[in-house]
Write a protein that binds this ligand. Structure first.
Ligand code: SF4
Length: 393
């Protein structure tokens, strides 16, 4: 029996508008598919149940998209079905992603009654011009109201997502956003994810950058913002446990820790990626095709790697070496680093590169673990590129 923790991810593809920088599998204008999406997700959860027998699920993450567009009844039916068929820990972390404009008191109460115990809200910025640049449709006042409403509904584990490194952003506007959210409701959030903006290929933002209509932020300013953020949040009582993530009172995101520790997770919903029994798989991206493939009368047909959902369109079993690279490149994002003694023999191929990182002051070894130093985190992507360039023995 495999007793390592398993995560369970549900992808909700609906958004009110599509933000210019976003390459997630989310769509505006398809709200009328919500009932069919729910019916399909319930079928997909049921198909996964036999495959997950004997596995202990310690986290559920309802992500998107904008899951806070779902009714309380939809979330309740979804979680009831998952719990009825799959062994979910009594004290599992159950996160639902929200956006300020769709937060509603009644829905929040219903989510809590359904078992959601963590809310992750995409605030991104409190500066009006930055919100316009990002195509976000909430105001700073609405975001603060939404946070207070989430607290009033009894959620004591709340994350806020913020984005820095915007072309129109200064250190001062970023500092103002951070200081304001830290003061919300007297205590601020329990967790903060502060991500640097990345220009993703194929997005409207990438087209604007290519056309010269948007100039990317100065990398020195981005580095200054990252340094200030880390120092300020630690002073406010947060622990930085991952390159971009900060937690108070031990409230780390257990679901994301599963990803960063390269552990396994089942995933359902259009465009979701999962990792179960050593196989990585993807679910079809199109919500319409997803719904059609999960109709009860759909032929199961040939699903890659013998996986249980007819909505899965691709799967592969990474080699030990590929898996090790994933363990290193995700685990070294964590301040705890990786346990070198648990790594397979192929790790020897990567030792010279990591010895170089230690000798250069970019990584350190302590108590059998290898982790990046503060300087190492600042140039983590360069270290990861060197790891990917290591030729197979
Ligand atoms: S709200 Fe989030 S998921 Fe939806 S389009 Fe914007 S960034 Fe993407």
């Amino acid at each position: 029996m495999n007793d390592s923790p398993l995560g369970f991810y549900v992808h909700v593809p609906f958004c009110t508008v599509k933000c210019s920088y976003c390459d997630f599998n989310s769509y505006a204008g398809i709200e009328d598919m919500q009932a069919e999406w729910l019916a399909a997700a319930l079928v997909e959860a049921k198909l996964w149940a036999p495959r997950l027998m004997g596995r202990r699920v310690s986290t559920i993450f309802i992500g998107g998209g904008t899951p806070s567009l779902l009714s309380g009844d939809s979330v309740s039916r979804l979680l009831d079905e998952i719990r009825r068929r799959i062994d979910i820990d009594q004290d599992a972390e159950i996160t639902l992603e929200a956006n300020p404009e769709s937060v509603e008191p009644e829905r929040l109460n219903a989510y809590r009654e359904a078992g959601v115990n963590r809310i992750s809200m995409g605030v991104q910025s409190l500066d009006a011009s930055e919100l316009v640049f990002l195509d976000r449709i909430h105001s700073a006042a609405r975001a603060e109201w939404a946070f207070e409403t989430i607290r009033s509904a009894g959620f004591d584990n709340v994350n806020l997502d913020l984005i820095y490194g915007l072309p129109c952003q200064s250190l001062e506007t970023w500092q103002s956003t951070v200081e304001r959210v830290l003061g919300w409701n007297g205590h601020g959030p329990d967790h903060l994810s502060c991500y640097a903006l990345t220009v993703e290929e194929g997005t409207p933002l990438a087209a604007r950058v290519t056309a010269g209509r948007v100039i990317e932020a100065d990398p020195d300013l981005v580095a200054d913002i990252a340094d200030w953020t880390s120092e300020r949040l630690m002073r406010a009582g947060f622990e930085q446990y991952e390159t971009s993530n900060y937690a108070r009172d031990g409230l780390r995101c257990e679901h994301n820790l599963i990803y960063w520790r390269n552990q396994e997770y089942a995933a359902i919903g259009p465009g979701a990626h999962g990792f179960v029994d050593g196989a990585r798989y993807q679910v079809v991206r199109s919500p319409r095709v997803y719904i059609d493939r999960l109709r009860p009368d759909h032929e199961l047909g040939q699903v890659p790697e013998g996986l249980p959902s007819p909505a899965i369109v691709g799967a592969e079993r990474p080699s030990e070496r590929e898996n090790l690279i994933d363990t290193l490149t995700s685990g070294l994002r964590l301040m705890e680093g990786v346990d070198e003694s648990s790594l397979p023999d192929t790790y020897d191929e990567f030792r010279p590169t990591l010895d170089w990182a230690v000798d250069s002051g970019l990584a350190r070894r302590a108590d059998g673990r290898l982790s990046l130093t503060r300087r190492g985190h600042a140039v983590a992507n360069e270290i990861f590129v060197r790891l990917l360039e290591v030729a197979p023995a």
